[in-house]
Design a protein around this ligand. Structure first.
Ligand SMILES: Nc1ncnc2c1ncn2[C@@H]1O[C@H](COP(=O)(O)OP(=O)(O)OP(=O)(O)O)[C@@H](O)[C@H]1O
Ligand SMILES: [Mg+2]
Length: 350
């Protein structure tokens, strides 16, 4: 029997789930989303778990998901991911003492954090054996609210992973960084409404993560403030909808592109920070996902300001789609199903 896993993505504007079959040629077999009212999830953090549970229940009805087990993700300002170097100790001891050893590297009490790490490698420093780790610290209280939202919808969270890692699994090129002449890492950038997740990887191994507290909402706010209009009108204009009595299109575009420009500069500085601090690092390609990437002209702006290939992350180039959707509806859904699909793909922590 074909087996499948369901990934559940709680975003600031919607809850989404994707069921992905496992096996040789995985496919997205079910997917759905339910919009969230403002304030229920903010900055990628659950504020009102009961209302999120309600939306998830509706999501299960709408999507017809059979399983109650879900793989979930976190990606917000309450998570830090850092490369750290520690004196080498045996793996077992490292596990046991990690909290004490990494306290100086994280901006929260180790006791209040869920900690995890990947060993990146070993090296020697002044004759001492050292180990390099990719350390993940997520605030416990924030994680608990995510879990609570799922349990409140009668689901069983069986895995929790970082959104950036899910991005790599969903759209990352496993061969990136492999070939000598075209050597370089791949960056994947998920532009949400409130949060932008940036991850750099080399053939599937994460090298760098940066989570920015900005996204599509900032463009909407720039429009509403700049043009003196309501947020919901600004949102519709941003998406290119016709609104009666609205300011001229050129004006809307000018304000949107100006704000998008400084946002792109923020993204570029994060990528430059990575290449400056990691020896010999070079980013060869950038993939872009998330609802915020649908802004007209946004990818062109990235292409102008970031001197490497920038492409939309093609979820359905990696996974087959068994969704009953028209080609247009499928390409509309593609950028916002990446996180949920990546969470459903095996490889994450359990
Ligand atoms: N056609 C469009 N043109 C411009 N922006 C769009 C379009 N469609 C969606 N967006 C923007 O995409 C953003 C939502 O993206 P997404 O659904 O990926 O975020 P989220 O996962 O709900 O939130 P987050 O990841 O920040 O927690 C919103 O800011 C929305 O305005
Ligand atoms: Mg999101």
């Amino acid at each position: 029997m074909a087996r499948a896993r369901v990934g559940l993505d709680i975003g600031s504007t919607a809850v989404r789930a994707a069921e992905v079959s496992t096996g040789e040629s995985p496919a997205v077999i079910r997917a759905a989303q339910v919009a969230l009212p403002p304030g229920v999830v903010e900055n990628g953090e659950v504020r009102d778990p009961a209302r999120v549970s309600e939306a998830i229940r509706e999501l299960w009805q709408r999507g017809g998901f059979k399983s109650k087990q879900v793989w979930m993700g976190v990606g917000n300002q309450r998570v830090v991911v850092r490369e750290v170097a520690l004196p080498w100790v045996p793996e077992k001891e490292l596990r046991q003492t990690i909290g004490i050893q990494v306290q100086e590297f994280i901006p929260m009490a180790a006791d209040d954090a869920v900690l995890d790490y990947d060993v990146l490698g070993e090296f020697e420093q002044d004759g001492r054996r050292m180990v390099r780790l990719l350390l993940v610290a997520a605030q416990k209280a924030m994680v608990n609210l995510v879990v609570q939202a799922a349990i409140g919808a009668k689901l069983q969270p069986v895995g929790l992973d970082l959104v950036p890692f899910a991005l790599v699994r969903a759209v990352g090129d496993a061969g990136a960084g492999m070939s000598l002449e075209d050597s370089g890492d791949e960056a994947i950038i998920d532009v949400g409404a409130h949060v932008t997740n940036i991850v750099v990887h080399a053939h599937g191994t994460t090298r760098f993560v940066r989570i920015l507290p900005s996204g599509g909402r900032d463009i909407t706010l720039a429009l509403s403030h700049g043009l003196g209009i309501e947020d919901d009108i600004a949102e519709r204009l941003k998406r290119g909808e016709e609104v009666e009595g609205a300011p001229p299109k050129e004006e809307v575009r000018r304000v949107a592109m100006q704000r998008a420009g400084s946002f792109v500069d923020e993204i570029r500085s994060s990528l430059e920070f990575y290449t400056a601090q990691a020896q010999g690092a070079r980013i060869a390609k950038v993939l872009i996902t998330g609802g915020g990437s649908k802004l007209e002209g946004f990818i062109d702006l990235l292409r102008e300001r970031i001197p490497v290939t920038v492409d939309p992350g093609g979820l359905f180039e990696h996974l087959r789609s068994n969704l009953q959707l028209s080609p247009e509806a499928l390409s509309e859904a593609e950028p916002v199903l990446v996180v949920a699909s990546g969470l459903a793909i095996a490889g994450g922590n359990t």
